[in-house]
Design a protein around this ligand. Structure first.
Ligand code: ARG
Length: 467
């Protein structure tokens, strides 16, 4: 039997202790121990509220502050560790406090709070700190994408839709197209903070506390911006956790989409880019291999992050108000999401920072697949040809090229004129990759000035975050 001894938080109304099987199922301390520092911070804030409301004398408060500081030191140094008989982080820390403070004083701290409002507060604090760390890592990647875009300015490449050659674009434009979704993920985290930064402390088990403790005091001690509005909602909801997991999944998915392209780009058939040795792996049997493992792991880990999110969503979908033990299952998925991004992002950023682009190959392929056909059609429109006709004329030109194995610019003047008298030799002006890219100067387009604007805007964002 375990957990029903002196360290149990709830054993007194039970005749026997819990079965081994229940204790094993119920135990969360092996994963929620990572919240120990937050639990102690919550306790330090809580004892101030107890003191303010008259439940602790000033000497008791001072003594408890000292004891909690010592407990934190023991936790951080590893000299205090959870035992098998501890159910969760809260129980283990109460045991640790009583070891230091004695049962009389240590036993006063639990007044006016429940593990339900405690855990709902701790997970928010943990996720807010984790969001800070993830934000730094995502910013590093956005910066690297911006640097790479700047450094590779002016290189044309095939732009695709349906994975077929569509129109030429600048490599920088393509790279920045992977930066903006990450910027939006950062904005999502920023917005999420408003909802996450509220303290459920004082909600008690579900209905609030009778002791008249000031929840605002606890919130401000914990550096949270306010308090939750409804004690039942505060203890029973995990949408803040779900939303965090969603943003983590989206970051993973955004990496995964780029990863898929990198895997294709470094293949022999594409040969758009080469991976740096330090960010690629070999094969144990095939000596020639250089594998894009980081990109593949990014793709795989996106699946894992999505799994964490869907697990959380499924866990809360049928829960009646208010706290249910199911909610203990909220932690491992988000811990895993944080750990996954923490290990993935630096490797991914390093891979992108060191990727070597094959300029000649990219530029050679930029006009392939008749990717300048739209330019011909739009040139005809400028000659006052209705777009419907322009599309048809250009279609005929492409088909002529296919039949005669020619590129658009290789069609002789006479053959052009035979397809349509509107196709005068002046059309050749737009039959260059450079001209095509230069012409796409509308908002958000791939023309150089527009791409430089994007870089300037990203630099502004990055410097604001630095400040
Ligand atoms: N380990 C629990 C959790 O993570 C703490 C809250 C326990 N509350 C309870 N009523 N048993 O949800």
């Amino acid at each position: 039997m375990s957990g029903s001894g002196s360290n149990s938080l709830w054993g007194s109304r039970f005749e026997g202790g819990p079965s081994e099987a229940l204790a094993a199922l119920s135990r969360s301390v092996h994963f929620d121990w990572r919240l120990a520092g937050y639990d102690i911070a919550g306790s330090l804030a809580h004892i101030k509220a107890l003191h303010q409301a008259g439940y602790l004398t000033s000497p008791e408060l001072a003594a408890l502050e000292k004891h909690f500081t010592e407990l934190l030191r023991r936790v951080q140094s590893g000299s205090f560790l959870p035992k098998d008989s501890d159910e969760d982080v809260h129980g283990a820390l109460e045991r640790g406090l009583i070891e230091i403070a004695g049962a009389e004083l240590g036993g006063k701290v639990r007044a006016g709070r429940s593990r339900n409002d405690q855990i709902a507060t701790l997970i928010r604090k943990y996720l807010l700190d984790s969001a800070d760390a993830i934000e730094v890592l995502v910013l590093d990647l956005v910066k690297v994408l911006t640097d790479r875009a700047e450094e590779n300015m002016g290189i044309a490449m095939p732009g695709r839709t349906h994975f077929q050659h569509a129109q030429p674009v600048l490599l920088s434009h393509h790279l920045l197209a992977h930066a903006w979704p990450l910027v939006r993920d950062l904005e999502r985290l920023e917005d999420w903070r408003k909802r996450a930064s509220l303290s459920p402390y004082g909600s008690g088990a579900l209905a609030g506390s009778t002791l008249g403790l000031d929840p605002r005091l606890v919130a401000s001690e914990l550096g949270l911006s306010g308090v939750t509005q409804n004690s039942m909602d505060a203890t029973a909801s995990r949408d803040v956790v779900v939303e965090f997991a969603f943003v983590c999944s989206l970051i993973g998915i955004n990496l995964s989409r780029f990863a898929e392209e990198i895997i294709i780009w470094v293949s022999a058939e594409f040969d758009y880019a080469k991976l740096d040795d330090a960010f690629s792996t070999g094969s144990s049997i095939m000596p020639q291999k250089k594998n894009p493992d980081i990109a593949e792991l990014a793709r795989g880990k996106a699946g894992r992050l999505i799994g964490n999110l869907t697990g959380l969503l499924a866990m809360i979908k049928g829960l009646p108000l208010s706290y249910n033990r199911d909610l203990q299952e909220d932690k491992e998925p988000v811990f895993d999401a944080v750990d996954t991004l923490t290990v993935l992002l630096p490797a991914f950023t390093g891979m992108v920072a060191t990727l070597k682009f094959n300029k000649n190959r990219l530029e050679m392929l930029a006009p392939a697949g008749f990717s300048l056909a739209t330019d011909v059609a739009e040139w005809l429109v400028k000659q006052k040809v209705p777009f419907r006709d322009a599309h048809e004329i250009t279609g005929k030109l492409v088909s002529f090229c296919e039949q005669n194995d020619l590129q658009l610019h290789q069609v002789p003047d006479a053959d052009m004129a035979a397809i349509s008298p509107k196709l005068t030799p002046e059309v050749r002006e737009v039959l260059t990759v450079d001209g095509s890219i230069r012409a796409r100067a509308g908002a958000g387009g791939t023309a150089l000035p527009r791409v430089l604007e994007q870089i300037a805007n990203l630099r502004k964002l990055l410097s604001k975050k630095d400040a």
